[in-house]
Design a protein around this ligand. Structure first.
Ligand code: 0GY
Length: 302
């Protein structure tokens, strides 16, 4: 089947720079995707966007270029609950990739076991309205109860303005819960203002909740690295990520988000995203927790 990328959206960076920041040995890119290729793994009919193809081999080449050892590949909405591209990538990773799948309520125990054997360790619930249709909370809670005995966790993706309404559901989940992209804070608001305080409070009061301190390129208003140097890159996002890394050093993860679906104005250079890490995790100890200890504990504990 032929697929055409949603008009106006950018393909991933063709030639990312070599990062200046050297990630520690064994570092994990804990949020990235594979897309198709559509001819082999068709995109879901219910998708809200069509991405550019981004194959497992391209992902593994990027991993090597950036100096990472492992990937956590997250099912994106454009593949719906068809996890074949994800499973294929995991199975061809020599054990160096683990996955987060999307499953529907009617998933069978056998299918869950097969996903586990392929390397899946979590399921993702998406609440970003531009990306998915509504799924009733009781359906999601049912799925969470089904996957909990496998030792899986739940990854949640939502907009900060929706947290008050979603709080009760999130805090009732029976597993470890990992929030994508810091709950998408509005970074024009203060880092100690009520909106981000609510998110920090959720993590403080619920020690099963983790956060990815990822996606400055999606959250930033000030924008990408300026000509005056990397110090200024995504500078409005750094205080939010830094606060989480320093407050919850054992419950944060980092990922590239390659191949960065749905970006219109600016496609990040993945090498410069890696160079952002020391601005949010400012000591070698914090960097090691963020990039090695935490993801290894969550995804490779067995
Ligand atoms: C991301 C972010 C986005 C897309 C998805 O599943 C998805 O389609 O998560 C987004 O558009 O913000 O993590 O890739």
């Amino acid at each position: 089947m032929e697929f055409t990328m949603t008009p106006g959206w950018l393909p991933f960076h063709p030639n990312p720079s070599q990062p200046r920041f050297r990630v520690p040995p064994g570092a994990v890119d804990a949020h990235c995707h594979v897309f198709g290729p559509g001819a082999q793994f068709p995109y879901a009919p219910e998708r809200k966007y069509t991405p550019c193809d981004a194959s497992r081999d391209q992902l593994f080449a990027l991993r090597d270029r950036l100096g990472f050892a492992r990937n956590v590949i997250v099912q994106a909405t454009c593949h719906g609950s068809d996890n074949r591209a994800l499973a294929d990538a995991l199975q061809h990773s020599n054990g160096m990739a683990r996955g987060v799948a999307t499953v529907s309520r009617d998933v069978t125990d056998r299918e869950l076991q097969d996903l586990h054997a392929a390397g899946v360790r979590g399921t993702r619930f998406n609440f970003v309205k531009r990306l998915v249709d509504f799924t009733p909370r009781e359906v999601l809670m049912d799925i969470a109860r089904r996957i909990a005995p496998l030792g899986w966790h739940v990854v949640i993706y939502f907009e900060a303005v929706d947290l008050p309404e979603l709080w009760d559901f999130f805090t009732a989940l029976p597993t470890t819960v990992v929030v994508d992209h810091m709950g998408r804070p509005d970074v024009t608001k203060p880092v100690d203002g009520p909106e981000f305080e609510l998110f920090v409070r959720m993590m403080r009061e619920h020690d099963n909740i983790w956060s990815k301190v990822s996606c400055p390129e999606r959250l930033s208003v000030s924008g990408p690295p300026a000509l005056d140097g990397e110090q200024n890159a995504y500078r409005d996002v750094a205080p939010f990520a830094r606060r989480l890394v320093e407050t919850f050093p054992d419950r944060v993860l980092w990922g590239t988000d390659w191949p960065h679906p749905n970006l219109k104005d600016h496609m990040p250079d993945d090498g410069l995203l890696v160079d952002f890490i020391p601005h949010i995790a400012r000591t070698a100890e914090l960097q090691h927790k963020l990039l090695v200890d935490n993801p290894m504990r969550l995804y490779w504990s067995d």
